[in-house]
Write a protein that binds this ligand. Structure first.
Ligand code: PH2
Ligand code: MG
Ligand code: MG
Length: 175
């Protein structure tokens, strides 16, 4: 469903729990803006760490973008932003300056080396669904066919790690 203009719509999850978290998310969005048009930015969310618990809380957000890049090139560009901002990969699910995850690409299912969309853990992650449902409630997960609203509502019925909206100055940032 790529539009005639040649751009594709993608959805990106952002997270940071090292250093100035909000500044890291802002800087990451600025850098993404160099290869994609950022068209939607969610609120910030303060979230309990998931997967590896012995670390600081995260700030998470989600963004909608349009880009002329192909999925692999877009993913590569996201990884380069992570690296350029000093992301070090050591502990799986561990602390990170910046994490940029490709969540959804158009309404597509892609399974290529290093590139799986929808993001495999999308339906179970509150820190992703909370922000994403805010900016794209009717967006459908092509895996389950459910909307972000429905997935988030289903998750909210069972106990889980805290995800709370975080009010901050200068957010959403002017890019
Ligand atoms: N990212 C992870 C692992 N755990 N927990 C929260 N709250 N937020 C994250 O962004 C996050 C996480 C792996 O990327
Ligand atoms: Mg991640
Ligand atoms: Mg990641």
């Amino acid at each position: 469903m790529t539009e005639a203009s040649g751009t594709a719509q993608a959805w990106v999850g952002l997270g940071s729990n090292v250093g100035d978290k909000k500044a890291n998310l802002t800087e990451a969005l600025r850098r993404v803006q160099s290869f994609a048009e950022v068209i939607a930015i969610s609120s910030l969310y303060k979230t309990d760490p998931v997967g590896y618990l012995d670390q600081d809380w995260f700030l998470n957000a989600a963004a909608g973008v349009r880009t002329v890049l192909e999925p692999q090139a877009f993913l590569q560009a996201l990884l380069e932003v992570e690296q350029s901002m000093g992301r070090v990969r050591n502990i799986r699910n561990g602390p990170r300056t910046i994490d940029l995850d490709l969540l959804l690409w158009e309404g597509r299912v892609l399974d290529e080396p290093g590139l799986t969309v929808p993001h495999p853990r999308l339906p179970e992650r509150r820190f992703v669904l909370g922000p994403l449902r805010e900016i794209a409630p009717e967006l459908r997960d092509p895996g389950s066919g459910e909307t972000m609203d429905a997935l988030a509502t289903a998750l909210a019925l069972v106990p889980g790690p805290a995800v709370e909206r975080w009010t901050a100055e200068n957010w959403p940032p002017a890019l």
